[in-house]
Design a protein around this ligand. Structure first.
Ligand code: GAR
Length: 200
Protein backbone atom coordinates (compact mmCIF):
# COMPACT_ATOMS: atom_id res chain seq x y z
CA UNK A 1 0.00 0.00 0.00
CA UNK A 2 1.23 3.51 -0.81
CA UNK A 3 2.14 5.51 2.27
CA UNK A 4 0.56 8.93 2.64
CA UNK A 5 3.27 11.58 2.68
CA UNK A 6 2.96 14.08 5.49
CA UNK A 7 4.96 17.12 6.58
CA UNK A 8 5.20 17.86 10.29
CA UNK A 9 5.49 21.55 11.24
CA UNK A 10 7.08 22.30 14.62
CA UNK A 11 8.75 25.23 16.39
CA UNK A 12 10.27 23.78 19.55
CA UNK A 13 11.03 20.56 21.40
CA UNK A 14 9.30 18.22 19.01
CA UNK A 15 8.04 15.56 21.42
CA UNK A 16 4.91 15.12 19.27
CA UNK A 17 7.04 14.93 16.14
CA UNK A 18 9.04 12.20 17.87
CA UNK A 19 5.99 10.20 18.93
CA UNK A 20 4.60 10.23 15.37
CA UNK A 21 8.01 9.30 13.92
CA UNK A 22 8.30 6.45 16.43
CA UNK A 23 4.85 5.08 15.56
CA UNK A 24 5.70 5.21 11.86
CA UNK A 25 8.95 3.39 12.54
CA UNK A 26 7.04 0.77 14.53
CA UNK A 27 4.84 0.19 11.47
CA UNK A 28 1.50 1.20 13.02
CA UNK A 29 0.73 3.97 10.51
CA UNK A 30 0.24 4.16 6.75
CA UNK A 31 2.13 7.46 6.59
CA UNK A 32 5.66 8.64 6.13
CA UNK A 33 7.10 11.95 7.29
CA UNK A 34 8.55 13.40 4.10
CA UNK A 35 9.58 16.69 5.65
CA UNK A 36 9.97 18.55 8.94
CA UNK A 37 9.19 22.24 8.50
CA UNK A 38 10.58 24.39 11.31
CA UNK A 39 10.43 28.17 11.75
CA UNK A 40 13.10 28.27 14.46
CA UNK A 41 16.72 27.45 13.57
CA UNK A 42 17.45 26.88 17.31
CA UNK A 43 14.66 24.33 17.84
CA UNK A 44 15.47 20.94 19.37
CA UNK A 45 13.12 19.22 16.93
CA UNK A 46 15.69 19.66 14.13
CA UNK A 47 18.15 17.24 15.72
CA UNK A 48 15.29 14.77 16.24
CA UNK A 49 14.51 14.86 12.52
CA UNK A 50 18.18 14.21 11.74
CA UNK A 51 18.12 11.15 14.00
CA UNK A 52 15.16 9.77 12.06
CA UNK A 53 16.85 10.77 8.76
CA UNK A 54 13.89 12.96 7.88
CA UNK A 55 14.60 15.93 5.55
CA UNK A 56 14.11 19.36 7.08
CA UNK A 57 13.12 22.77 5.79
CA UNK A 58 14.23 25.28 8.41
CA UNK A 59 13.58 28.98 7.90
CA UNK A 60 13.70 32.20 9.86
CA UNK A 61 10.52 34.27 9.33
CA UNK A 62 12.51 37.41 10.14
CA UNK A 63 14.36 36.91 6.86
CA UNK A 64 11.17 37.50 4.86
CA UNK A 65 9.13 40.66 4.44
CA UNK A 66 5.82 38.82 4.82
CA UNK A 67 4.11 35.48 5.46
CA UNK A 68 3.13 35.02 1.82
CA UNK A 69 6.80 34.91 0.79
CA UNK A 70 7.89 32.18 3.18
CA UNK A 71 4.68 30.19 2.75
CA UNK A 72 5.18 30.26 -1.04
CA UNK A 73 8.63 28.79 -0.48
CA UNK A 74 7.20 26.15 1.87
CA UNK A 75 4.56 25.18 -0.73
CA UNK A 76 7.32 24.73 -3.33
CA UNK A 77 9.33 22.51 -0.97
CA UNK A 78 6.28 20.44 -0.03
CA UNK A 79 5.17 19.98 -3.62
CA UNK A 80 8.67 18.90 -4.56
CA UNK A 81 8.47 16.25 -1.82
CA UNK A 82 4.92 15.30 -2.91
CA UNK A 83 3.53 16.05 0.56
CA UNK A 84 -0.21 15.43 0.87
CA UNK A 85 -0.99 16.42 4.48
CA UNK A 86 0.35 19.00 6.92
CA UNK A 87 0.48 18.03 10.58
CA UNK A 88 1.08 20.90 13.00
CA UNK A 89 2.80 19.74 16.16
CA UNK A 90 3.72 22.75 18.27
CA UNK A 91 4.05 25.09 15.28
CA UNK A 92 3.50 28.42 17.00
CA UNK A 93 2.49 30.45 13.98
CA UNK A 94 -0.83 31.08 12.21
CA UNK A 95 -1.17 29.35 8.85
CA UNK A 96 -1.81 31.92 6.12
CA UNK A 97 -3.93 31.86 2.94
CA UNK A 98 -1.06 30.57 0.76
CA UNK A 99 -0.77 27.25 2.63
CA UNK A 100 -4.50 27.07 3.41
CA UNK A 101 -5.43 27.31 -0.24
CA UNK A 102 -2.92 24.70 -1.31
CA UNK A 103 -3.72 22.21 1.51
CA UNK A 104 -7.40 23.00 2.03
CA UNK A 105 -8.92 20.44 4.46
CA UNK A 106 -5.62 18.60 4.80
CA UNK A 107 -4.02 20.45 7.72
CA UNK A 108 -4.33 19.15 11.28
CA UNK A 109 -3.32 20.70 14.60
CA UNK A 110 -3.03 19.52 18.19
CA UNK A 111 -3.71 21.89 21.08
CA UNK A 112 -3.23 21.31 24.81
CA UNK A 113 -6.71 22.35 26.00
CA UNK A 114 -10.35 21.48 25.42
CA UNK A 115 -11.04 23.97 22.64
CA UNK A 116 -12.77 26.36 22.28
CA UNK A 117 -11.40 27.04 25.78
CA UNK A 118 -7.91 28.55 26.00
CA UNK A 119 -6.77 28.96 22.39
CA UNK A 120 -3.39 30.49 21.55
CA UNK A 121 -0.19 30.47 23.53
CA UNK A 122 0.33 28.79 26.91
CA UNK A 123 -3.01 26.97 27.01
CA UNK A 124 -1.89 25.00 30.06
CA UNK A 125 -1.03 28.18 31.99
CA UNK A 126 -4.34 29.73 30.91
CA UNK A 127 -6.26 26.69 32.19
CA UNK A 128 -4.43 26.72 35.54
CA UNK A 129 -5.00 30.48 35.95
CA UNK A 130 -8.71 29.98 35.26
CA UNK A 131 -8.87 27.30 37.97
CA UNK A 132 -10.54 24.67 35.77
CA UNK A 133 -11.19 21.19 37.16
CA UNK A 134 -11.05 19.50 33.77
CA UNK A 135 -8.73 20.07 30.83
CA UNK A 136 -7.35 17.96 28.00
CA UNK A 137 -6.27 17.78 24.39
CA UNK A 138 -7.95 18.75 21.10
CA UNK A 139 -7.09 17.68 17.57
CA UNK A 140 -8.73 19.79 14.88
CA UNK A 141 -8.63 20.83 11.24
CA UNK A 142 -6.88 24.13 10.65
CA UNK A 143 -8.64 27.19 9.28
CA UNK A 144 -7.57 30.85 9.18
CA UNK A 145 -8.31 31.42 12.88
CA UNK A 146 -6.27 30.77 16.01
CA UNK A 147 -7.08 27.16 17.04
CA UNK A 148 -10.61 27.52 15.64
CA UNK A 149 -11.03 24.83 12.97
CA UNK A 150 -13.47 21.92 13.09
CA UNK A 151 -12.79 19.61 16.03
CA UNK A 152 -11.89 16.00 15.16
CA UNK A 153 -11.11 14.49 18.58
CA UNK A 154 -10.83 15.49 22.21
CA UNK A 155 -9.74 13.72 25.33
CA UNK A 156 -10.17 15.11 28.82
CA UNK A 157 -8.51 14.68 32.17
CA UNK A 158 -9.51 15.72 35.69
CA UNK A 159 -7.02 17.98 37.45
CA UNK A 160 -5.71 16.76 40.77
CA UNK A 161 -6.18 19.02 43.81
CA UNK A 162 -3.44 21.65 43.71
CA UNK A 163 -1.89 20.14 40.57
CA UNK A 164 1.06 22.23 39.39
CA UNK A 165 2.08 23.19 35.91
CA UNK A 166 4.81 20.58 35.56
CA UNK A 167 2.48 17.72 36.43
CA UNK A 168 -0.38 18.92 34.21
CA UNK A 169 1.98 19.52 31.29
CA UNK A 170 3.44 16.04 31.68
CA UNK A 171 0.01 14.38 31.75
CA UNK A 172 -1.26 16.40 28.78
CA UNK A 173 1.84 15.62 26.73
CA UNK A 174 1.51 11.89 27.46
CA UNK A 175 -2.08 12.13 26.22
CA UNK A 176 -0.96 14.01 23.09
CA UNK A 177 1.75 11.46 22.27
CA UNK A 178 -0.76 8.61 22.42
CA UNK A 179 -3.70 10.37 20.74
CA UNK A 180 -2.12 12.24 17.81
CA UNK A 181 -0.72 9.21 15.93
CA UNK A 182 -4.04 7.33 16.36
CA UNK A 183 -6.20 10.21 15.12
CA UNK A 184 -3.81 11.06 12.32
CA UNK A 185 -3.89 7.47 11.10
CA UNK A 186 -7.72 7.43 11.22
CA UNK A 187 -8.14 10.74 9.40
CA UNK A 188 -5.64 9.97 6.66
CA UNK A 189 -6.95 6.43 6.21
CA UNK A 190 -10.57 7.50 5.91
CA UNK A 191 -9.50 10.12 3.34
CA UNK A 192 -7.64 7.47 1.33
CA UNK A 193 -10.66 5.14 1.46
CA UNK A 194 -13.02 7.92 0.40
CA UNK A 195 -10.81 8.97 -2.49
CA UNK A 196 -10.34 5.32 -3.48
CA UNK A 197 -6.66 6.12 -3.78
CA UNK A 198 -5.41 2.63 -3.17
CA UNK A 199 -8.20 0.59 -4.73
CA UNK A 200 -6.75 -1.32 -7.66
C1 GAR B 1 2.24 20.69 22.42
O1 GAR B 1 1.76 20.54 23.73
C2 GAR B 1 1.17 21.22 21.50
O2 GAR B 1 -0.11 20.79 21.84
C3 GAR B 1 1.31 22.71 21.69
O3 GAR B 1 2.69 22.91 21.73
C4 GAR B 1 3.31 21.78 22.36
C5 GAR B 1 4.51 21.36 21.52
O4 GAR B 1 5.26 20.39 22.17
N1 GAR B 1 0.69 23.42 20.63
C6 GAR B 1 0.03 24.57 20.78
O5 GAR B 1 -0.07 25.14 21.86
C7 GAR B 1 -0.63 25.11 19.51
N2 GAR B 1 -1.48 26.20 19.78
P1 GAR B 1 6.31 19.50 21.39
O6 GAR B 1 7.20 20.47 20.60
O7 GAR B 1 7.10 18.81 22.46
O8 GAR B 1 5.56 18.57 20.50
Amino acid sequence: MTKTKIAVFASGTGSNFESIANEIKAGTMDCEISMLVCDNPEAKVIAKATTFEIPTFVFNPKGYTNKELYETEIVEVLEQAEVEWIVLAGYMRLIGPTLLTEYNGRILNIHPSLLPAFPGKDAIGQALDAGVKVSGVTIHYVDEGMDTGEIIAQESLVLEDGEDRESLQERIQQMEHRLYPIVLQEVVQSFVNKEGKDIQ
